[in-house]
Write a protein that binds this ligand. Sequence first.
Ligand code: PGA
Length: 255
Amino acid sequence: MKRRPLIAANWKMNPPPAGFDASDSPFLPRSNVDISVFPSFLDLKHCIDAGIETGAQFGRPEPTGAFTGDISMAMAAKLGCTYVLCGHSDRRQFHHETNEEIAQQFVAAIDSNLIPIFCFGETEAEHDAGSTSAVLKRQLKPIITFLTSGFQLPASSFLLAYEPVWAISRGDPNKPAATPKDAQDMHALIRSLLPKDRQATTRILYGGSMKGSNAHELLSQPDIDGGLVGGASLKPDDFRKIVEEAEKWKVKSGK
Ligand code: PGA
């Protein structure tokens, strides 16, 4: 089963980088690789109008309601978003989103015809305590429960993003990513936790200090199907290198 790579640009609460809407923008769709951009809500429409495939950084499960400051999955879908992030570690940390709430977002996204990207990963303390696999299993559990509930879902209707919190750059361009071997080991573990009929088809992205200089090593790992890129996605030239690596990798691996 072929898994098409996805390189996702998470701009977080930053303005779009210069040239993002130019005709040679690295954020535009490509034939061999899926590219998507997660801008601030204020910039979504501009990106969509520029022909960029987009996702929302967050969406509430309720379609409408008295939730000041939020938008719903349904609204993001209506605007023209393709994807939505569910459970990014920034949201888990700063908005105290629980795993159960994130699972509700995941289901609501699918109901709204969005493709959820379920983000999860261990913190530095959990990593240092040697509890990474237990944490990943716990975080993934509500999603596995949903996937085994008998609901019929096409293969490409969701993605996972493994993002070890300790590797996320938070604006530090020198932060080391997970080593390709460690990232591959975790991706293989995550894949093995999925229901059998989902293992070959589910795309699992890696996130955490991916950049042009390490994209080749990370993306050439057999279980890494793309990247969720923060800091480097604000530098179009660096982002372009990642996209080009994903294109080469696809040709090389024949995936
Ligand atoms: P980073 O961010 O690439 O800057 O580490 C990734 C993310 O937070 O999604």
